[in-house]
Design a protein around this ligand. Sequence first.
Ligand SMILES: NC(=O)c1ccc[n+]([C@@H]2O[C@H](COP(=O)([O-])OP(=O)(O)OC[C@H]3O[C@@H](n4cnc5c(N)ncnc54)[C@H](O)[C@@H]3O)[C@@H](O)[C@H]2O)c1
Length: 363
Amino acid sequence: MKTILLTGGAGFLGSHACLNLLEAGYGIYIVDSLENSSFESISRVCRFLKEKNNFFQNKIKFFKADIRNIEKLKIIFEHALSNDNKIHAVIHFAGLKAVSESEENPIKYWEYNVLGSINLFKVMEEYGCKNIVFSSSAAVYGQNQKCPIEEVSSLSPSNVYGKTKKTVEEILTDLHFRKKWGVAILRYFNPVGAHHSGIIGENPISNKNNLFPIICEVAKNNNKKLLIYGSDWPTRDGTCLRDYIHIEDIIEGHKNALNLLLNSGKNLIKVNLGTGKGTSVLELITTFEKVNDIKIEYEFSGRRLGDCAALFADNRLSSSLINWRPRKTLEDVCKDGWKWVLENPYGYIKNLEELDLSNYCEI
Ligand SMILES: NC(=O)c1ccc[n+]([C@@H]2O[C@H](COP(=O)([O-])OP(=O)(O)OC[C@H]3O[C@@H](n4cnc5c(N)ncnc54)[C@H](O)[C@@H]3O)[C@@H](O)[C@H]2O)c1
């Protein structure tokens, strides 16, 4: 059994990865400070797998710790060794992701996203762990790119968040060439939706500025209206085009990249994870309304500073490099995302004391 460390494993992407990789037979270690998530996500994953008789208590260990603290990271790698195990690879999700906050508080973003990553890489090096899948973002490309955006496009991030991601990409590229690390850099476009079971999804506090969670919020509170920023963009219906990709597809991409690193040695992969299609704001709203039989009230306001007409991926490279193609549709995104919100209108709500803590450890 190979053991994978998920940093930020209790978050939106991390919890879905945890479920997927446990189902695939991996052993999972998680480190998460829980500052933008809840241990309830992991506790639900364990319960879900138990109910399917597909769960072994010793296959998962959760550590509440901050990756900015290097000594705590060492304890985790040491723990794996003392259990006759070692961490074979890391999927590095931990970080902060709010673009507007990154502009207001750059030091915080450099500290969490870059310093935290450097700590992690130091400890990986010390313990001989040389395989990593990194959560990067379409934000590394910047705003004024020709769409669909290819991986070879110039990287010119227009905000602090994107700059921190680009910097970590550069460090990892050096580690690949100078230290023979296996590195998969995955540039996500707009991960949305939720696990089809409805047991895990995006915590409503975590993504207040993204369109899909706002649509769900408006659907939940029928007195609210959605503001659409601009009706005069040079697109087919005047609203912005973005690339909405189902969270389960995104996570499949991680599994494929991970398998490639573990099986074939020292690759350097830099790929987009997107559908390859731009969906307009109005198209997303209409699909959500149709699939869920709900009316979304909206009105137009002016364009937002720093926005751009279109941002969507060229996703052909992921197909040849990691054998990945998205399988879910925009309808699946709308159905699964709404199911999660309907069944969990307040997201994760349990206190730690109410949860099964047998896999939980605070260091
Ligand atoms: N969700 C998106 O739209 C999106 C798009 C592109 C890239 N990404 C990147 O993907 C990764 C995961 O995103 P997500 O949507 O799951 O976010 P999330 O906030 O749900 O998950 C991140 C997790 O990291 C944890 N964390 C943050 N700082 C930490 C630290 N210093 N030490 C330990 N844990 C820490 C948080 O508590 C949280 O559980 C992030 O790096 C993000 O930048 C996300």
